[in-house]
Design a protein around this ligand. Sequence first.
Ligand SMILES: NC(=O)c1ccc[n+]([C@@H]2O[C@H](COP(=O)([O-])OP(=O)(O)OC[C@H]3O[C@@H](n4cnc5c(N)ncnc54)[C@H](OP(=O)(O)O)[C@@H]3O)[C@@H](O)[C@H]2O)c1
Length: 434
Amino acid sequence: MSGEDTFAQPHKADLKQENEQATAESRQESQPAAEAAAAPAAATAAEQSPEQESTYRSLVLSGHGGYDKVKLQIKKGKPTPKNGEVLVRVKACGLNFADLMGRQGLYDRLPSPPVTPGMECSGIIEALGEEVTDRKVGDRVMVLYRFGMWQELVTVTVSHTFLMPEEMSFEEAAALPVNYITAYMMLFDLGNLRPNHSVLIHMAAGGVGIAATQLCHTVKDVTVFGTASASKHEAISQGGVTHTIDYRTLDYVDEIRKINPKGVDIVLDPLGGSDTQKAYNLLKPMGKLITYGAANMLTGQKRNLLAVAKTWYNQFSINALNLMHANKAVCGYHLGYLDGEFELITQVVTKLLELYRQGKIKPRVDSTWHFEEVGDAMRRMQERNNIGKVILLPEPKKEVPKKEEDKTDEKKEESKSEEEKKEEQQEILKSREN
Ligand SMILES: NC(=O)c1ccc[n+]([C@@H]2O[C@H](COP(=O)([O-])OP(=O)(O)OC[C@H]3O[C@@H](n4cnc5c(N)ncnc54)[C@H](OP(=O)(O)O)[C@@H]3O)[C@@H](O)[C@H]2O)c1
């Protein structure tokens, strides 16, 4: 496989096309999400007659900042798959923590705005480029890319698509790639997880956390320590976390030492900053620390430079001699930098799909949101409310028809004279004073 056939490189051509398209569109003033949703173009491309120019819905990061920086745009035309590519009609997309960081300009694998984020999706193949022999129109696939997947239609290199098992839903398929590949490679390729090991999983109720917990239980007698907000403890215990820890009110190091005085065999560290040092200290001899994120940089909707600086300042470092004396391993993992290793990724996905078929793993979907609700979807994750994966749906949100009695109430309200309305208001005010 050439370097071009990776999940970062082939996108360069797409990126150029994408940026040109998105730039042109952003010049025309991006439509706010709700407005775009209500526009006639919200009819999906599939619903339009052949004479009409087809359109498709796409989320575009217009600049770094808060939730409103991700805009819903209606793009014209229909992408054509090139040699070795397929056109996928997307049914569901995954929201990842990296998308929150990318929105704030803290994720260097996402190109500068305007750009369509999204590293994973699932859908149905609608057209084949030349030289595609191992996929057919109608195949249900999940897709892993570096960015650009939050769209109703995407063209992707065929090697980045994986056939979905029949029993898998589109939401599950959109929830699987990033979280499960990450958890699998950390635990098995770097962590060398074995029977009787103990593992500390931070953010245990999140996408990667739940994937890692399920994968731990594919090995005999593994003890899982999981940190999460207290309201999620029941759910993660049921999901396989042996010891739940509320990191917001307790010192997780103390809590683990009370149960395992010697520490743990593996720590998965998505937090960074001072937590990486704590993770290292918590390792038993022969233990492994796998650092794979910097969630501590994120404190709110907009970038917090103090939190970013603090996380950088407290970065863990160690010299080789100390490492040798401690009999510990420190590893780093970043799926976004596994460019050029797509064969390796494919092998991992094959194993994951086998585990799915055997019923040993199953993505947990926290909630689904239509593209026009992307701000609320991001808020849910950022405000620490999700248990499992947050999913985005390209399909337009349907207006719920109002009930007859609501309509009658509205009519009654409209027909009231100004005098009557004033009287009613006076009565309300009086009752409040009393
Ligand atoms: N290196 C890689 O290749 C790779 C790939 C995927 C993910 N990751 C990393 O893995 C971590 C988990 O990612 P995910 O996509 O699965 O997300 P997630 O765990 O679903 O993220 C949301 C949850 O994280 C917890 N959390 C901890 N610190 C937070 C903070 N500062 N702001 C908001 N929430 C915070 C909250 O739950 P509780 O309060 O309940 O803990 C929240 O509900 C992230 O650090 C991400 O960057 C790395």
